[in-house]
Design a protein around this ligand. Structure first.
Ligand code: SF4
Ligand code: SF4
Length: 87
């Protein structure tokens, strides 16, 4: 067996140290107009960064959102839109 080439990420559990939101080219915007509180955006977000800010009002942590758009796809009432990231 060949020896493994050392990588850059060496410690487990280090994802919270890497602000992966910097990878994003688009970001979600939660409109909070038609939200029914179904929680699907939070359930399907692969990063686990969507949270309930108030009843029928959700938001996300921009430090770790990768801008994948899955929350937008899963929202049954189109209450989330993607928009260009401005840095
Ligand atoms: S765009 Fe992707 S990573 Fe960001 S909040 Fe939505 S589902 Fe989560
Ligand atoms: S998926 Fe849409 S309707 Fe459901 S909680 Fe999220 S924003 Fe609200």
């Amino acid at each position: 067996m060949r020896p493994l080439t050392p990588g850059l990420v060496v410690e487990a559990g280090s994802s919270v140290d890497n602000h992966t939101g910097a990878w994003r080219t688009e970001r979600p915007r939660f409109l909070s107009v038609a939200c029914n509180g179904c929680d699907l955006c939070a359930v399907y977000c692969p990063e686990g960064v969507v949270f309930k800010a108030a009843p029928k009002r959700y938001d996300f942590d921009p430090d770790f959102c990768k801008g994948c758009g899955i929350c937008v796809e899963e929202c049954p009432v189109d209450d989330i839109v993607m928009e260009a990231e401005i840095r």
